[in-house]
Design a protein around this ligand. Structure first.
Ligand SMILES: [Zn+2]
Length: 195
């Protein structure tokens, strides 16, 4: 498997064996969205007490979920496709509440985030056939958190052979079409597996 294929939108179609996935899908995520590379510099949005993008997405109307790449809303936690992923299918799982540390999470928030990580591992496995995952937290800026005020788990699918490609990905903007297609595949799988 060549490394470049991981990033190509048609790679998803290749994995799924579905020729329809190769057709361009112009969705809202292809339009200009607020950059998240510097989320803390963003002006306060709909978030209650802050300007962070996770709070903004949680507070936004559900009709905005597709544009915001919100994949799933739980009772106290949310799942978002990372617009600037380390790898294709990179998801963020975060409590609704703007909390920076694990100690601040109540039992329900902690449990739901764990359950969502478990659920999304299964969804990603079925949709993208990864060989493994990285799952974890970066707590505090010194630990690499880009949004230190609002903790979030990273769930990153991994494929054999992608290792050497990973450091490059931080500088690469994902192809919007591929994000749209992936979003569609994830919510389709979520809705079918919920039944
Ligand atoms: Zn927040």
């Amino acid at each position: 498997m060549s490394l470049e294929q991981i990033w190509a939108p048609w790679r998803l179609a290749y994995i799924k064996g579905d020729p329809q996935q190769t057709s361009p899908a112009a969705g809202p995520a292809a339009s200009s969205a607020p950059p998240e590379s510097a989320p803390e510099a963003a002006s306060p949005g709909n978030g209650e007490n802050c300007g962070c993008f996770l709070c903004r997405y949680v507070a936004a109307a559900t009709t905005e979920d597709r544009a915001n790449l919100v994949v799933l809303r739980g009772k106290k936690a949310v799942v978002v496709l990372n617009r600037y992923p380390y790898n294709n299918g990179h998801l963020l799982v975060a409590p609704h509440a703007h909390k920076a540390t694990l100690e601040e999470l109540d039992d329900e928030e902690l449990l739901e985030c764990g359950q969502l990580l478990r659920q999304l591992c299964g969804v990603l496995r079925r949709v993208m056939s990864p060989d493994g995952f990285n799952a974890g937290l970066n707590l505090g800026r010194v630990a690499g958190a880009g949004l230190p005020g609002h903790l979030h788990w990273h769930l990153v699918p991994r494929w054999n052979g992608d290792t050497n490609f990973m450091p490059v990905l931080g500088e690469v903007n994902v192809i919007p079409q591929s994000l749209d297609a992936l979003y569609e595949m994830l919510i389709t799988e979520l809705s079918s597996s919920a039944n």
